[in-house]
Design a protein around this ligand. Structure first.
Ligand code: MSP
Length: 512
């Protein structure tokens, strides 16, 4: 099995500053990247900004700015956000960079040379907001305004000379690919939507525009710019130095292990992208996962609806790890979710401060008082101890498997159950009553420390900063965190001095 893992976020439109939906895609991708890293994989994690097309050109024009200067400014806010969110990305790609322009131009040339692209005329509906073409049956009439049935964004009529990609030709090969690779699109429900869409028949796709100039020029005809989605999707290989297919990054990491995206852009990733790759004879990614939306109230966030949730506001009030924890735990992965102040405060007070932070402090201060802050020098496991430790051995494969199917819900439930059990264990074993039975006392404390170590490792991909704070107790540094070690119970070095740790989570005072 290959020990390389390549994960991508969508590249974001820098048409306005980032919002909670963008933060969500990025945080979840970071969760998977960090998990695979501690599992021992060589991980490449990519994010970036999607800077060409009419949407960006218009946004820049509205601000009276040159499109590149406009992108420079907003792309930076996305780059800054990736730092604020503590993303472990290896690269941040911008589609205005030379490396990307070179890669897209090369892909176009291949497609044109293979006669996968031809010149004709497009007449139909176009949504600038979605950067998508729609057919008549995908449009509705709303108060005299034509809008897309799926996204609700307004569409305009476009009639212009355009290059077309022979998408129709790839209908059968795509269906064959989906059936031979049943896990290519997840979750299952989204896969079914894609398959029925393809089965209804694919039309050739317009892949160039002539009526504006902000994009990568068609190499053989500079009057056209390449359709922004053909341009954008290619970022996933540009960052690996495509077209240099012999270089190490490309060889190690293509095909991608996981393109993590929102459900609204599934069609582009699960139909167009594999079709372009099939046509260019480039291997297809292994998985496309379409997650749900973070709703603002009951609706998707958008600038036009003026209902944007700003991740920075939440982080300033509550801190980063609580937000990461909330988004990963409270949004049932694959479905839509929303941010509720009450639920977020509950997560902080109950799960993080009480069940996790307090457990760490309680065990540590007990050991400080009774064992001079040292890891017990011996232990002698009885059934109660063996049973609670054994859960980690028994669930080990299931945890990995759930992550490999993007079943975050299983992972989060497992941690919650283990936090509950660890607290229960410490309470039920009553170490404060075992002061004259040193052997039993040692064992209870050893097991409690082991549980804290295991849970902190499990929490690392979700709340890396807090987990590291707890692991500092054992002097475990970030590059030494090893997920595989959770199934072994003899990790702690007897008699080693533990470090005291500072308060991990500040409870929210509900009367504030
Ligand atoms: N630029 C394209 C993606 C190109 S990938 C080759 C794009 N950009 S976007 O900025 O509009 O959206 C980027 C991602 O953010 C998408 O996955 C989208 O689903 C996600 N989100 C945007 N709003 C969202 C929510 N309200 N909730 C969750 N994610 C949503 O599409």
């Amino acid at each position: 099995m290959s020990k390389n893992f390549y994960i991508t976020t969508p590249i974001y439109y820098p048409s306005a500053k980032p919002h909670m939906g963008h933060a969500y895609s990025s945080i979840v991708a970071d969760f998977f990247a960090r998990f695979k890293k501690i599992q021992g994989f060589n991980v490449f994690f990519l994010t970036g900004t999607d800077e060409h097309g009419q949407k960006i050109q218009r946004a820049a024009r509205d601000k009276n700015m040159d499109p590149l200067a406009f992108c420079d400014e907003i792309s930076k806010t996305f780059r800054d956000l990736s730092k604020t969110l503590n993303l472990s990305n290896n690269d941040f790609i911008r589609t205005t960079e030379n490396r990307h322009v070179k890669s897209v131009t090369n892909l176009w040339n291949i497609l044109e040379k293979k006669d996968e692209i031809y010149l004709s005329k497009y007449s139909g509906w176009y949504s600038v907001s979605d950067e998508a073409f729609y057919s008549d049956d995908e449009i509705k009439n709303e108060n005299g305004k034509k809008t897309s049935l799926t996204s609700g964004s307004s569409v305009e009529w476009v009639e212009e000379e355009s290059y077309f990609f022979r998408l129709s030709k790839w209908e059968k090969p795509l269906l064959k690919f989906y059936s031979e690779n049943p896990d290519f699109i997840l979750p299952e429900s989204r896969k079914n939507e894609v398959i029925s869409f393809v089965k209804r028949g694919l039309k050739d796709l317009s892949v160039s525009r002539k009526s504006f100039s902000w994009g990568i020029k068609v190499p053989s005809n500079s009057e056209h710019v390449i359709y922004v989605w053909l341009d954008a999707l290619t970022n996933y290989i540009s960052a690996l130095n495509y077209p240099d297919e012999k270089n190490k990054l490309y060889k190690d990491f293509w095909p991608a292990s996981l393109h993590l995206i929102g459900k609204d852009i599934l069609r582009f990733h699960a139909i167009y992208w594999p079709a372009f790759l099939l046509a260019a004879n480039i291997p297809l990614p292994k998985r496309v996962y379409g997650h749900g939306w973070i709703l603002s109230g009951e609706e998707k966030m958008s600038k036009s609806k003026d209902n944007i949730l700003d991740p920075l506001e939440i982080i300033n009030i509550y801190g980063l790890d609580p937000l990461r924890y909330y988004l990963i735990k409270e949004v049932s992965f694959g479905n839509d979710g929303n941010i509720s102040k009450e639920k977020l405060e509950n997560c902080i007070n109950s799960d993080l401060a009480n069940n996790y932070g307090n457990l760490c402090q309680r065990v540590l201060s007990f050991i400080e008082k009774n064992l001079e802050l040292k890891i017990p020098s011996s232990y002698n496991l009885i059934n109660d101890d063996k049973n609670i430790l054994k859960i980690y051995e028994d669930s080990f494969e299931k945890i990995i498997d759930s992550i490999d199917r993007q079943n975050i819900n299983f992972y989060v439930n497992f941690i919650q159950e283990q936090l509950f059990s660890a607290n229960k264990y410490f309470n039920d074993q009553e170490p404060w009553k075992k002061k004259d039975d040193q052997s039993r006392l040692n064992t209870i404390l050893y097991v409690s420390l082991e549980l804290i170590r295991k849970i902190s490792i499990l929490l690392y991909p979700i709340i890396p900063n807090s987990s590291l704070k707890a692991l500092k107790m054992f002097n475990i540094k970030e590059d030494k965190i090893d997920f595989n070690s959770i199934k072994f119970h003899e990790n702690l070095k007897k008699n080693d001095k533990l470090n005291k740790i500072s308060i991990m989570f500040k409870k929210v005072d509900r009367n504030d």
